[in-house]
Write a protein that binds this ligand. Structure first.
Ligand code: ADP
Length: 856
């Protein structure tokens, strides 16, 4: 065993309890990292790796960051998903016998950052606690520690929904139980790329009981207690701002799985992962950070409850009706500070006087907001005006107590206003009078000595002094002045009376700073009591901000108020894609209609590539989502049912994280839709079957449509470039063909982006190739091949149209199937692909290969 120095021994002991964190070990003015931590941190933070002697044979790798600039380094690590344990010296080094005592005082993890600079103000920072019960049942409890908001959901339909949920939020860190099976743990990392922490499912401490008073679900309470025990372990401080747990009844919100959320680019784009280009980007006209976060949470959970949705429309309508007042409201809202996060900081004890000043300014604005709201004609808005609590008592307290321009630190004084505290005023008077006295003394001395340049100054080492230039020294009388310091061209002196006054001034200043600090702590305590009222106000203001954001964008872009129906009818007149429209110039976007009802359940959309099929489909889904979050929609008229779920298989089919093949992702997404969709759902399938060979692809596409038509009844938009599929309308009565109009002009194809009834008459693939400027010879050759293929196909079609599937499959099989089926083929045929999970598929593949090897 290596014998290390006592300090390194101490380090190792602490590190053993924080194996999965970087241990920032305080040594004087630095946080030092040692051993592997040092090597890794030096690489991640791009700082110099050094080494030190630690008593062992080899030098110990070491790197460090200055304590005063540690925040940025910590932020850097935490943003990368790491955890950082802050280990401080907990006794005065001067008093320590032996090694200074050190303890981990806080664990900073991606889900628990509190520091303002580490947080994105427009994003919630969610930590989740996941408790598992059986194969299908899980509870997920969320907290945003910076705002104290907590919520919990019970998942009863298996692991896929857990992933959907965690993806939906999205979550930075998840606490799991060590009993969660390894495969699932791994899928959290692979699919969601989040930090994993471990917690214990202990009994909830009684002091937190009031937060779960209204919760019936034992499973959710278990998840909550796992969360609390983790927070206590990592934060080691008050958790007073945690709000009572709210239950999220998942079935009360529009079901949107992770694929759809990603495919529809609701909050970020698929490829670049930026907000710009997403629906959120278009809708976000909020002016407060709280509003921006609230909008995001609206998008996470579109509603199903008609009256709740209508109520939101009423707000938007009312706000739209009066532009001038709305602008006035926006202006007032702009000066509202982030009250939610402020509450978090107050509870955590890291609020400063500037924060409280901002709070005061925000509260001063509330009466003005109430006044503007009262002027609107919409009754909901007037009601909100009455419901807003200006928390006048707190405002008065802050007005009375806080100075106008307090410093950032709370230990330098100048925080508390004159007249707030008598004792403080006395000290201040003493210090101010003392300074006045000194100014007078300077004048007296000048007169007495006749030295015009004589001055009284102050420095930290000598205190107050009288300074006389060397040229004037001879004018000073003997005896009265005591020499203290000699400079190159002057001398500094003190007198007993100056020192006496100095004592008075300094002790008054010292006392007043200390008293101000105490008064500030007390003030903070008082603010703590207002947290529930502040949180309520914050919630009302942030909703108001979202509604004004909806109203602003709806007016700018000419959106209309949806009419919600219960008969399942969809009628969108002149609908537009909100993002494409905004990116392009409004004038060039071609609006389109959508009509779906009992008899028009499935729209089969044909048209050349790049003609606008997928834009059309996305447009429908986005309009539905916008309607169900309470926003107006980009259309001249929109009659919509309330959809229970939306499923999509659209667009870029990359699944780089999961490392799955395009076709597998297609099939998984389709399976997901087919398993969970109901007749009240919306399904969008874009070019299903594209990822495999033509016959396969068509066969699967057709079979899926038949299944949706006969077994599910969900409203479905299905785009394809397989022309052959358009004849399906003859067999499936509720399937209708539409196509995107394109016209040929001088041998080129012109996309009109207009949706029309009936199938497209032609495939334009080659024209697109031409657009892409492939070589002319190649294009000509492709035209020849196409002609031949079309002739062949015509004869195929003529031979068999009886069996729906045989149309595509049998012809292929005729030509290719050997007379005797091999074991592999038999096995392959018997597999029901739609029933397989990816892992099972891999296993099947493995077995098939084994079988083939045997046959060889
Ligand atoms: P497809 O799915 O048919 O291949 P997309 O929906 O991807 O085609 O559309 C291709 C491009 O056409 C889009 O990027 C968009 O710029 C443009 N586009 C689509 N629909 C419209 C429309 N209604 N009005 C104007 N431009 C459109």
């Amino acid at each position: 065993m290596t014998k290390y120095t006592p300090m390194i021994e101490q380090y190792l002991k602490i590190k053993a309890q924080h194996k999965d964190s970087f241990l920032f070990f305080r040594l004087g003015d630095f946080y030092e990292l040692f051993f592997d931590d040092a090597v890794k941190a030096a690489r991640e933070l791009e700082i110099t790796l050094t080494s030190r002697d630690g008593g062992g044979k080899e030098r110990i790798p070491m790197c460090g960051v200055p304590h005063h600039s540690a925040t940025n380094y910590i932020k850097n690590l935490v943003e990368k998903g790491y955890k950082v344990a802050i280990c401080e010296q907990v006794e005065d080094p001067k008093e320590a016998k032996g090694v200074v005592k050190r303890e981990v005082v806080q664990l900073i993890t991606p889900g628990t950052v509190m520091d303002g600079v580490m947080l994105d103000e427009k994003e919630n920072n969610y930590l989740a606690s996941l408790a598992n019960f059986d194969e299908d049942t899980y509870s997920i409890v969320y907290i945003d520690l910076s705002t104290g908001e907590t919520s919990g959901a019970l998942v009863t339909t298996g692991w896929a929904q857990v992933l959907n949920e965690l993806y939906n939020r999205p979550v930075k860190e998840v606490i799991i139980s060590p009993q969660l099976p390894e495969l699932k743990r791994q899928s959290l990392i692979d699919r969601l790329n989040i930090t994993i922490s471990y917690g214990e499912q202990t009994e909830l401490k009684a002091s937190y009981d009031h937060l779960v008073e209204r919760i019936d679900s034992k499973q959710i309470i278990t998840g909550f207690s796992q969360l609390i025990s983790y927070l206590e372990m990592t934060q080691k401080r008050a958790l007073d701002h945690i709000k009572p747990l709210k239950v999220i009844e998942l079935h009360q919100y529009l079901g949107l799985d992770m694929y759809s959320k990603r495919n529809l680019e609701l909050t970020e784009t698929i490829i670049k992962k930026t907000k710009k280009g997403s629906l959120l980007w278009v809708l976000d006209q909020t002016v407060t950070a709280m509003g921006a976060r609230k909008l995001k949470s609206f998008l996470e959970r579109p509603l199903l409850n008609q009256s709740a949705i209508e109520k939101r429309y009423q707000f938007v309508d009312g706000l739209m009706a009066d532009y001038i007042q709305r602008e006035e409201l926006r202006e007032h809202l702009k000066s509202i500070y982030d009250l939610e996060r402020l509450c978090g900081r107050v509870a955590f004890g890291n609020v400063n006087a500037r924060d409280l000043l901002q709070l005061k300014i925000s509260l001063t604005k509330v009466p003005a907001i109430k006044e503007v709201l009262a002027k609107f004609s919409e009754i909901e808005i007037v009601n909100l005006s009455q419901a807003l609590d200006p928390i006048t008592d707190l405002k008065l307290l802050l007005e009375k107590s806080l100075a106008d321009d307090p410093p950032l630190t709370i230990k330098e004084g100048n925080i508390i206003r004159d007249g707030f505290n008598e004792e403080l005023d006395k000290y201040r008077d003493a210090s101010r009078n003392g300074k006045q006295w000194i100014a007078e003394l300077e004048n007296q001395e000048k007169e007495a000595t006749g030295i015009k340049s004589l001055k009284i100054g102050y420095n930290r080492i000598f205190g107050y002094y009288i300074e006389v230039t060397k040229a004037n020294l001879h004018l000073l009388p003997e005896g009265k002045y005591e020499r203290k310091q000699t400079l190159s061209n002057a001398e500094r002196f003190i007198t007993p009376e100056l020192k006496e006054k100095e004592n008075l001034i300094l002790s008054a200043e010292e006392k007043s700073i200390e008293l101000e600090y105490q008064l500030f702590l007390k003030l903070r305590e008082q603010v703590l009591e207002y947290i529930p009222r502040l949180q309520k106000l914050a919630d009302q203001i942030s909703q108001l901000d979202v509604f004004q954001s909806f109203a602003t964008i709806s007016e700018q872009q000419g959106y209309c108020r949806p009419q919600l129906t219960t008969d399942g009818k969809v009628e969108i007149i002149k609908g537009r894609h909100p993002v494409v429209e905004k990116v392009m110039n409004d004038t060039t976007y071609v609006p389109n209609d959508v009509y779906l009802d009992q008899d028009n359940q499935i729209l089969l959309i044909t048209g050349p590539n790049m003609s606008g099929k997928s834009t059309y489909m996305r447009q429908v889904a986005l309009i539905v989502i916008m309607a169900q979050i309470g926003c107006f929609v980009p259309a001249d008229k929109a009659v919509l049912p309330i959809f229970d779920k939306i499923f999509t298989r659209i667009g870029a089919s990359d699944d780089l994280v999961g490392g799955q093949s395009t076709f597998m992702v297609e099939m998984l997404e389709a399976k997901h839709a087919l398993t969970y969709a109901t007749k009240n759902s919306l399904i969008l399938l874009d070019e299903i079957g594209r990822g495999t060979s033509t016959y396969d692809g068509m066969a699967i596409a057709q079979a899926i449509m038949e299944y949706v038509h006969d077994h599910i009844g969900a409203k479905t938009l299905f785009s394809t470039h397989y022309h052959e599929l358009t004849s399906l309308s003859e067999q499936l009565t509720r399937l209708k063909n539409v196509h995107v109009r394109a016209e040929e002009f001088e041998g080129r194809v012109v996309f009109l982006h207009q949706i029309r009834k009936g199938p497209a008459d032609k495939s334009y693939g080659i024209h697109v190739a031409k657009l892409a400027e492939l070589p002319d010879v190649l294009i000509e050759r492709a035209n020849v091949i196409l002609e031949q293929l079309e002739q062949n196909k015509q004869s195929e079609i003529n031979t068999s149209q009886s069996d729906q599937l045989s149309f595509f499959v049998n012809e292929a099989v005729e030509q290719e199937r050997p007379i005797e089926q091999s074991a592999v083929e038999k096995k392959l045929k018997s597999i029901n692909i739609m029933e397989l999970t990816p892992i099972e598929a891999l296993n099947e593949l493995y077995r098939l290969q084994q079988l083939l090897n045997k046959e060889d």
